[in-house]
Design a protein around this ligand. Structure first.
Ligand SMILES: [Zn+2]
Length: 312
């Protein structure tokens, strides 16, 4: 009989939970909107409640052996939350021990972007590769790194913050306190901001007078040939390519995986990404590295958390 683990992806908006077997098959899934409060109790209570529901739903198959949780936070090696910018009520929480005592199995907690990289490396776009980088273009830009099959966490658990690589030294102020971070030029929110900043230069653009502009509008306009939208996504690719060229020189990865909502604009930015990598990085690693689209969508974090719980 297969081993079964519980896996959760705790996001700022949604909390997803699944029971997953050792082949990476999702046996049962459930989820709710992330309950928000001034303290961590509603989130912890919901995680426990959903975990128990998943365990009950699959108890005929096998008993659950561990629980992996992906969290949008910097986490130390003992499972304590250092900093969760989007869920500040979790700051300082001894996450693993808060949940393990109620579930009765070991709880492994991991940064969500690193979990997504592990998930893609197990069941998704980088599954045939030992060394991969996974970048998620969402509200922010998340990054996870797997080297020789092992996640790179760093001594403080802060490694992989690709979204905060500087690509424009005197650029837009970032939430992290620095300036010109990749996140300010390649996230979904950056795409909207850049379109608004540039639209006076494009009087014929379909987007010029549109209210409530969002990344999907800009992507759709780009697909139909709108010059403003094409320029916005060219810039996304330019800045991603600068950051990737540095990563290629430092880490020599086999593959870079791009996921997240803003990766929908792939066909509008990928040529620029590849151009900048080849222009800037050393020839051999630049020619080797593949840049591919993520395959697991919203399941990347869950499957990464499951893989950690399986101890693979
Ligand atoms: Zn930053």
């Amino acid at each position: 009989m297969n081993e079964i683990v519980l896996a959760a992806d705790l996001g700022g908006t949604n909390l997803r939970m699944a029971a997953v077997d050792s082949d990476g098959k999702v046996l049962y899934r459930t989820g709710i909107e992330t309950p928000r409060s001034e303290n961590h109790k509603p989130i912890v209570a919901s995680l426990i409640q959903l975990a128990i529901a998943c365990r009950e739903a699959t108890k005929k198959d096998a008993s659950v052996t561990a629980f992996g949780v992906a969290v949008p936070a910097i986490i130390n090696t003992c499972g304590k939350i250092f900093n969760a910018p989007n869920l500040p009520e979790l700051n300082g929480l001894e996450f693993s021990s808060a949940i393990a005592s109620k579930i009765g199995v070991q709880v492994i907690v991991e940064n969500d972007a690193t979990a997504a990289a592990i998930g893609e490396n197990w069941m998704g776009a980088s599954r045939d590769f030992g060394s991969s980088i996974c970048v998620t273009l969402g509200t922010g830009v998340g990054g996870g790194i797997v080297i020789d099959g092992k996640p790179l966490r760093g001594i403080d658990g802060t490694a992989g913050e690709i979204g905060h690589i500087c690509v424009e030294p005197d650029g837009v102020k970032c939430g992290c306190g620095s300036f010109g971070c990749l996140e300010q030029y390649s996230s979904a929110s950056a795409i909207t901001r850049m379109a608004v900043e540039l639209r006076d230069r494009y009087p014929k653009s379909l987007l010029r007078n549109k209210t409530g502009l969002g990344p999907l509008d800009i992507f759709n306009a780009g697909k139909s040939g709108d010059a403003l939208a094409i320029e916005v996504f060219r810039r996304v690719g330019y800045y991603l390519g600068i950051a990737f060229a540095g990563l290629v020189n430092v880490l020599n990865p086999e593959v870079i995986v791009i996921g997240g909502g803003a990766s929908a604009g792939w066909e509008l930015f990928i040529d620029e990404v590849l151009y900048e990598i080849r222009k800037r990085a050393f020839k051999q690693p630049a020619e080797r590295v593949r840049v591919v689209r993520a395959e697991l969508g919203d399941d990347a974090g869950i499957l990464g958390a499951a893989r950690l719980a399986l101890g693979k």
